[in-house]
Design a protein around this ligand. Sequence first.
Ligand code: PEP
Ligand code: MN
Length: 366
Amino acid sequence: METKIRSLRDDIDKLNLEILEKLSERAKIAEAIGELQTQTGSSHYDPVREAEMLDALTAANDGPFSDATVKSLFKQIFQASMQLEQEQDKKTYLTSRSKDRGDTIVEIRGTRIGTGESPVLIAGPCAIESKEQVDVTAAKVASRGVTLFRGGAFKPRTDPYSFQGLGEEGLKLGRAAADAHGLAFVAEIMDARDLPAFEQYADVLQVGARNMQNFTLLKAIGQSRKPVLLKRGLSATIQEWVMAAEYLLYEGNPNVILCERGIRTYEPTTRNTLDVSAVALAKQETHLPVVVDVTHSGGRRDLLVPLTKAALAIGADGIMMEVHPNPAVALSDQKQQVDFDTFDAYLEATGYDKKLTPDRHEVYGF
Ligand code: PEP
Ligand code: MN
């Protein structure tokens, strides 16, 4: 009896291996079909084809398994194949994290973003308003060890009658202030036609929330090699945001930094709702650095410190925030920019004062 069972089990073991071999063979064919479907833009799920296969199988079924059992076994196989096809799709995206692609580190004038070590800080005014305003702000942030200076020259404003930014003149002022204090300059680009000016004056091309899906702009700046700070759209899903980054990589620009800046929700007490899970997911699913704009996320000064702590705790590679010499008279975002004293207090409360390098000579070597 014992020997008989052992011998039958040997037969089963052999069959298991044969079934596995056939399943793997089948999976490879499914992958090839999946690839063709992806190329032609058709869906991996084809219910008509699935029903045909199940009909053919039940017609050929002579037992001992019931038709229902055969169907449920094969449905499992179909499901597993489809998962394989979907996984394969994901890997083909240039933004996708995969085993053979390490973390992307974007280097901006000596500052490295995405190292997994020291988080960076991008600070500066919402908008560049005058030579004096931009210069004192650049001096202030530089004195605290900040290396990345922000300032908008082209401002996307809801109200067409409000301050629109100084345009190219603003870019020149931002460049001059950044140079005077050894800073890199981050500015928002809204129109592909301005790219030559940005190539000349800016170090980082910021794509604002309102332009995240401006595909003409994305294609144009994807041709550039300047680092891009890609903000998440006001109501963009994580997938849409990552696909916008895919445009940039596809066009050949590898220097992409994602920026979560809060999304629009039903909550009126904050300007936007900081989506911390998006930060974790973007880090998990892509190899790109992710920073968090805490100013626009909450739209409230009293939330800057807790939002920064949350962002860094969940793995953000850096923070962006707005600083202005006199927020009360700022030409944009008066309510959310911080003055210099508040900026100092922010640095201490978040521990950024220890994370930055106040001796900037070390960073630049001069
Ligand atoms: C900005 O950073 O100046 C800005 C306009 O932000 P957002 O595009 O995230 O609204
Ligand atoms: Mn702003």
